[in-house]
Design a binder for this molecule. Structure first.
Ligand SMILES: [Fe+2]
Length: 143
């Protein structure tokens, strides 16, 4: 499992979704590295890509809803980062479908995906957690 508890941002829903993303990506990489037949791998990769494409969108929406709810000041910038990432996944999906199964191509992409996810979750998303939890603390103090 590539997930680490230190990646938590302290917001339950977001942490759960991040954990799921790491789990899926871990399985994805394991599958590509396995000694299964290419045809079997191709099918698995296809399935995971479809799932990831949808799940990433659901997750980003949920995260952005929270940012709006708590007036997160860096919302616009964060939204753009999410949009760029979705575009990158969609671009890969398109190239993947157009070509024969190419392990190097898939490995390179999954490596980029993993790096992005770690940096994003371990750093960029931490600011949201801090903002939301400060907000909640202040709210509690007022009540
Ligand atoms: Fe994010």
């Amino acid at each position: 499992m590539i997930w680490k508890d230190e990646y938590k941002i302290g917001v339950e829903l977001v942490d759960q979704q991040h954990k799921e993303l790491f789990k899926r990506l871990g399985n994805f990489i394991q599958n590509v590295r396995s000694d299964k037949e290419d045809s079997e791998k191709k099918e698995e990769v296809e399935k995971t890509l479809n799932f990831m494409g949808e799940y990433v969108a659901v997750h980003f929406d949920a995260e952005e809803e929270l940012q709006k709810k708590y007036n997160y000041p860096d919302f616009e910038n964060h939204h753009q980062i999410h949009e760029d990432f979705k575009a990158e996944v969609a671009d890969f999906q398109r190239k993947y479908r157009e070509n024969e199964y190419d392990e190097d191509f898939v490995m390179e992409f999954s490596g980029r995906l993993l790096t992005w996810l770690i940096i994003h979750v371990a750093s960029t998303d931490q600011d949201i957690g801090e903002h939301i939890n400060n907000f909640r603390k202040k709210e509690e103090e007022l009540n």
